[in-house]
Design a protein around this ligand. Structure first.
Ligand code: PLP
Length: 220
């Protein structure tokens, strides 16, 4: 079942799009089933759960932290995490850099933007992101690699609104790329799209989709 669902989604993806299989709340056996079907990139939104699954599962899995990350949890995942999608403050980025350095690593990260109507979703405004990118602090962070941007659209059935929000994120990406990352080939990812809205996200330029329930079934 997981294998069929994975195949169905993968068949729709251009070659440059990464599928992050979001396994939060699901048991390690289900991750293994997806792994055996060829999936290698998995996402979780809690540091502790991520660390436990990393411990239990094959070591060639690429683990992505996709949810809101508290600074005091960074050290739990810093030894192994490949990608952190939800960087939403300079203090968090600084902590990720520090813990990556302590582990002799560089961690790939995305800047999360607030694009939804809902006030509960985390993320930078364009102004805040520019303040960070122009700061001396940012210049000194040599154990993180900024790979692009991430955002979550409003949870709504209004697909026009969702499309507008994804389009906004793509505009932010283009602006940052041309202003701060013109000569940086690493800055190329736009993480947007979940089970309910990934088709719209793909049409608006997503390069990473984060899919949970459409692969593993609904969560409680
Ligand atoms: C849970 C989660 C997803 C996946 O959600 P589905 O609707 O199950 O596909 C994607 N991104 C983030 C940040 C999440 O927390």
């Amino acid at each position: 079942m997981i294998k069929e669902r994975l195949t169905e989604i993968k068949d729709q993806l251009p070659e440059y799009v990464t599928l992050v299989a979001v396994s939060k709340t699901k048991p390690a056996e289900m991750v293994l089933e997806a792994y055996e079907a060829g999936q290698r990139v998995f996402g979780e939104n809690r540091a502790q759960e991520l660390a436990e699954k990393h411990e239990q599962l094959p070591k060639d899995i690429e683990w992505h932290m996709i949810g809101h990350l508290q600074r005091n949890k960074v050290k739990v995942i810093a030894p192994f995490v490949n990608f952190i999608h939800g960087i939403d403050s300079s203090r968090l980025l600084k902590e990720v850099n520090k813990q990556a350095k302590n582990n002799g690593r560089t961690i790939d990260v995305l800047l999360q933007f607030h694009i939804a109507q809902e006030s509960s979703k985390f993320g930078f405004s364009m102004e805040e992101a520019e303040d960070l990118l122009q700061s001396e602090l940012f210049q000194s962070l040599d154990h993180i690699q900024i790979k692009g941007v991430m955002g979550m659209a409003t949870f709504t059935s209004d697909s026009r609104q969702v499309r507008e929000e994804f389009r906004q994120l793509k505009t932010y990406f283009d602006q940052l790329k041309s202003t701060y990352f013109k000569a940086d080939p690493h800055f190329k990812e736009i993480s947007m799209g979940m089970s309910g809205d990934y088709e719209i996200a793909l049409a608006e330029g997503s390069t990473m989709i984060r899919i949970g329930s459409s692969i593993f079934g609904s969560r409680n």
